[in-house]
Design a binder for this molecule. Structure first.
Ligand SMILES: NC(=O)c1ccc[n+]([C@@H]2O[C@H](COP(=O)([O-])OP(=O)(O)OC[C@H]3O[C@@H](n4cnc5c(N)ncnc54)[C@H](O)[C@@H]3O)[C@@H](O)[C@H]2O)c1
Length: 276
């Protein structure tokens, strides 16, 4: 399908191999969009390097899209740093002539610990990246979209943890619940500009982030990761865990003209695991 020809998209946190962001960027490109793949610059002090994408992965993901015939560029963007948000949007507009789609995908979910032990600094880091980062990107992208006057699409990659609590992931779940509040509020304010704002709520996908959660949960239960995943599959009506492409397909739909009248939604992509 080529539903996004002529559109320009920026995807945050899309510079990690196997991640949802990379899959979303590829799918939007397959549908005809020009894509700017962005991620945290290498060398960030707060977040361990083995938990995030690297500059070489970032450029490799953009290069792979170009190799398959798409239009893609890479640019550093730390969603906590307003200057880098503005710079990445300016770059997108300069290189591709505008911005029609923002995917707020950047997120961290590897800091797992009991609520009673969680240092305030870790709580703040998670909220800063997952929620405040999405706010900053939404604010600057929507200013650009409003100035262009041709509508737009903003999609927040939330989680099933945006709808239910999650053991030893209090900050993560709070940030993802917050993303839904941001989605609904932004949808109301931006509707007059024909900018739709929706959230997508995936269940488990075995990405870099997902693998850390699997290891932690399996150890907590005294299981192997395979045993833990088998148990998880048993709780999912469609009988398998999520794939990055499941989320990417949902995003492509929400970015398309077919979804022009859908805004303020928090759409589960969870094989039926989450139903409200
Ligand atoms: N994997 C899952 O099971 C799952 C389920 C539901 C939702 N999600 C959400 O999907 C999104 C992508 O996660 P993923 O599973 O692909 O993990 P991932 O670790 O592969 O991707 C997260 C990306 O965010 C980037 N990032 C981290 N801090 C950043 C910052 N300050 N600025 C910019 N980028 C930053 C990382 O470098 C990485 O590329 C996240 O928001 C996550 O919460 C994941």
């Amino acid at each position: 399908m080529q539903r996004l020809v002529g559109k320009v998209a920026l995807v945050t946190g899309s510079g990690r191999q196997g991640g949802l962001g990379a899959a979303i960027a590829s799918r939007l490109s397959e549908e005809g969009a020009a894509v700017v793949v962005t991620d945290l610059p290498t060398g960030d002090q707060d977040i361990p390097a083995d938990r995030v994408g690297s500059e070489s992965e970032l450029e490799a993901i953009a290069a792979a899209i170009r190799a398959s015939g798409g239009r893609a560029l890479s640019h550093p963007l730390d969603v906590r740093e307003e200057a880098t948000v503005i710079a990445a949007i300016d770059y997108t507009v300069k290189e591709f002539g505008g911005l029609d789609i923002l995917i707020n995908n950047a997120g961290i979910g590897f800091m797992m610990e009991p609520l009673v032990d969680m240092p305030i600094a870790r709580w703040r880091t998670v909220l800063d990246v997952n929620l405040t980062g999405a706010f900053l990107c939404t604010q600057h992208a929507s200013r650009q979209m409003i100035a262009q006057g041709r509508g737009g699409r903003i999609i927040n990659i939330a989680s099933v943890a945006a709808k239910s609590g999650s053991v030893h992931l209090a900050a993560y779940a709070a940030s993802k619940h917050g993303m839904i509040g941001l989605t609904r509020s932004a949808a109301i304010e931006l509707g007059a500009h024909q900018i739709t704002v929706n959230a997508v709520c995936p269940n488990h996908v075995t990405t870099g982030l997902g693998a850390v959660q699997n290891n932690y949960r399996a150890a907590q239960r005294g299981q192997t990761v395979d045993e833990y995943l088998a148990e998880m599959r048993g709780r999912i009506p469609l009988g398998r865990v999520g794939l990055a492409t499941d989320t990417a397909k949902a995003c492509a739909f929400l970015c398309s003209e077919e979804a022009a009248y859908i805004t303020g939604e928090a759409m589960n992509v969870s094989g039926g695991q989450e139903m409200h």
